[in-house]
Design a protein around this ligand. Structure first.
Ligand code: SF4
Length: 404
């Protein structure tokens, strides 16, 4: 396939530029790159927004709404209407710009094998810079450990086996479709030279084809993971049997967004524990969505306690959307942060109660630290809630799983 010889293309992964710790490739950028390289164009990953008029085409993609981009771009994009007023050679896309109205890629690009080497030069430059810094400061440099941060770029074949979700959770960006449908065959994005497979499906367990797809992944012999989490409400014995016997990569991730699902989630936790004693079961716990008052705090703690009881790990997700970050305006802002810091670092969560975590944090400061202040303030105001939850410990619910 040719037709773009002598054409210059700049690809900008806005999240890579705008988020310091961001370390995951933008699949759209990789697909656009592969498509145009195959057509003979000269493609480069651009790491700034300078001199864009020098390129025949510029593609800017953004996943997160809060990733900063230059003001002239923000001003030119109307997130709600989808209207864009940019020079003809500049194209923007992704949920970071258009939230749930993000337009689809053209089919021939969407279904193109990604360019897994788009980020190679950027990674090589990072390695060179780190080596040089180590040399200049006489510090040892371990390339293998340094490279771990880039594993999303180097180790995985990445794609969507299915797309869509029927649930339409009010806080979710995936509202475009009413069902889960097959999207790509594995062959479309599977590179056998890569060690692992990362799936970005919205709700694989809601697909009528879940079994064939998971079996296909197992048959590759490679570890795989569903990065966006899975819908535990749809777990069945058959699904558990296949999933928990597979060579899974990292944590099995589910979501426990709504306290109304408490009883259902408990039944599913019991089911999960009939099939695995894996320690790597993690649940996203959405907070600050329905409210940011004491009821939301209680609902958060109820979910943490339930997950702890089944030796699962909560991951606190503080709700934010394109316009608002309600938890930041809450009287419990510091408590949300402290609980998130405790839960989202399993090494703390597995070994310390919330109180012990705050006490350990306090030892690092001369004045009262924000975690301890959040604990003390809340306990003063709501002693009964604090009594119920602040001292509960993961190790008190040892299901016979070895803690490491
Ligand atoms: S189940 Fe998950 S993917 Fe589906 S709408 Fe809810 S949050 Fe989004």
């Amino acid at each position: 396939m040719k037709g773009c010889e002598n054409i210059t293309i700049a690809i900008i992964d806005a999240d890579l530029i705008g988020r310091q710790k961001h370390r995951f490739p933008n699949l759209v950028c990789e697909k656009i790159s592969a498509y145009y390289k195959e057509k003979g164009a000269e493609v480069q990953l651009k790491l700034d927004y300078d001199d864009l008029s020098e390129f025949d085409e510029v593609f800017i993609s953004k996943v997160f709404t809060d990733t900063p981009v230059p003001k002239w771009i923000t001003d030119a994009v109307n997130m709600d209407s989808g209207e864009v007023d940019l020079p003809d050679n500049i194209h923007v896309g992704g949920t970071g710009f258009f939230f749930d109205h993000a337009p689809n890629l053209p089919e021939e690009i969407e279904h193109h094998m990604p360019d897994y080497h788009l980020y190679d030069k950027w990674i090589a430059d990072k390695v060179d810079a780190a080596k040089k810094e180590a040399q200049d400061t006489n510090k040892p440099f371990n390339e293998k450990s340094f490279m771990v941060q880039f594993k999303g770029y180097t180790d995985y074949s990445i794609g969507f086996t299915t797309r869509g979700c029927f649930r339409k959770c009010p806080f979710c960006v995936n509202k475009k479709y009413d069902k889960v449908f097959c999207h790509s065959s594995l062959a479309e994005f599977y590179d056998p030279s890569r060690k692992k497979i990362c799936l970005l499906d919205d709700n694989i367990l809601g697909s009528p084809k879940w079994k064939e797809i998971i079996q296909m992944l197992i048959d590759t012999g490679k570890p795989f993971m569903y990065k966006q989490g899975m819908d535990e409400r749809l777990l069945t014995d058959e699904k558990c049997e296949l999933l928990f016997s597979a060579k899974y990569d990292g944590d099995f991730t589910f979501a426990f967004d709504n306290i109304a699902d408490y009883d259902l989630i408990e039944r599913k936790l019991q089911m999960i524990r009939r099939y695995t004693n894996s320690f790597n079961i993690r649940f996203y716990v959405l907070v600050g969505f329905e409210s940011t008052d004491v009821q939301d705090i209680i609902n958060m703690w109820k979910r943490i306690e339930l997950l702890m009881r089944y030796n699962c790990l909560p991951y606190i997700m503080r709700f934010q959307n394109k316009n608002e970050t309600p938890w930041m305006d809450s009287e419990f802002r510091c408590l949300y942060t402290a609980v998130a810091r405790w839960c989202n670092q399993p090494s703390f969560f597995k070994k310390k109660s919330f109180r012990e975590f705050c006490e350990a944090d306090q030892k690092l400061y001369k004045t009262v630290c924000s975690s301890m202040r959040a604990l003390v303030d809340f306990e003063k105001q709501y002693p009964n809630i604090a009594k119920e939850y602040f001292d509960i410990k993961f190790t008190d619910y040892n299901l016979g799983i070895k803690i490491n």
